[in-house]
Ligand binder design. Structure first.
Ligand code: DC
Length: 230
């Protein structure tokens, strides 16, 4: 059976990673969460005091880039790979509202993007990969056989993220989450380097009114049809 590359891009909190994980499992493909990579660099910048509400020492972070080593290790219990920053599992820490508030600024720095994109391209060398992010269909894998662009209304996305955070007992208000979702969309879509846009040939899915199952079945069907014709 031929393997393909599946690129999933879209707005924040549209369930890209949930869908990507489901697809990877069903197809026995590797799943790579590129947002987690930008988040891990953000966590590093916060830990080193390179970024706060009032400053961002971009040059210092760029100088330290060769000290940042990111890797993924598969967790059998969870059924997906978790991200490690310099060999420490940071998969939970990178989902905090603090990291979410700074990550778009970090992701707008070209030197950081170049480093992470290089690593991401390596994961796709043998195909059989589902990767989600903001520039996967445009920059990382412009030749991906299947490209999906996911969107939904900001309120629905914030509501989903808010419930998820509440389940994890994270202390955050709905308004804070909504503000973060809107702010990130704006920065991600207007930055100079690799802005979030719909890639050529991407299938656009607005999942405001779709259940996870409906969405999964639709895209799995699309993936299988694509695999059959390559
Ligand atoms: O998917 P996420 O919400 O975990 O991504 C976190 C941030 O990282 C997002 O606001 C934009 C940035 N990002 C990016 O610029 N390019 C990617 N390929 C993935 C994420």
């Amino acid at each position: 059976m031929k393997k393909i590359t599946i690129a999933i891009d879209g707005h924040s909190s549209t369930g890209k990673s949930t869908l990507a994980k489901q697809l990877a499992k069903a197809l026995n493909y590797i799943y790579v969460d590129t947002g987690a990579m930008y988040r891990a660099v953000t966590l590093y910048a916060i830990q080193q005091n390179f970024i706060s509400e009032t400053y961002f020492y971009t040059d210092k972070l760029i100088e330290s880039l060769n000290q940042i080593y990111l890797s993924f290790k598969f967790n059998d219990d969870l059924g997906f790979a978790e991200i490690y920053l310099n060999d420490e599992n940071v998969d939970d820490k990178i989902r905090s509202i603090e990291v979410s508030n700074f990550v778009s600024k970090i992701a707008a720095v070209s030197e950081i993007r170049t480093k992470l994109v290089q690593q991401q391209k390596k994961y796709g060398i043998d195909k059989g990969v589902v990767m989600d992010g903001r520039d996967i269909g445009t920059v990382v894998f412009p030749d991906a056989e299947l490209k999906i662009f996911m969107t939904a209304s900001a309120e629905i996305r914030a509501q989903r993220r808010f419930l998820e955070m509440q389940e994890k007992n994270m202390n955050v208000s709905f308004d804070e989450v909504l503000k973060n979702v809107v702010e990130r969309d704006k920065i991600d879509s207007t930055r100079k380097d690799s802005p979030l846009i719909v890639a050529e040939n991407a299938v656009v899915i607005d999942n405001s009114n779709l259940t996870r199952e409906e969405q999964f079945n639709m895209i799995l069907d699309l993936a299988q049809k694509t695999i059959n014709i390559v």
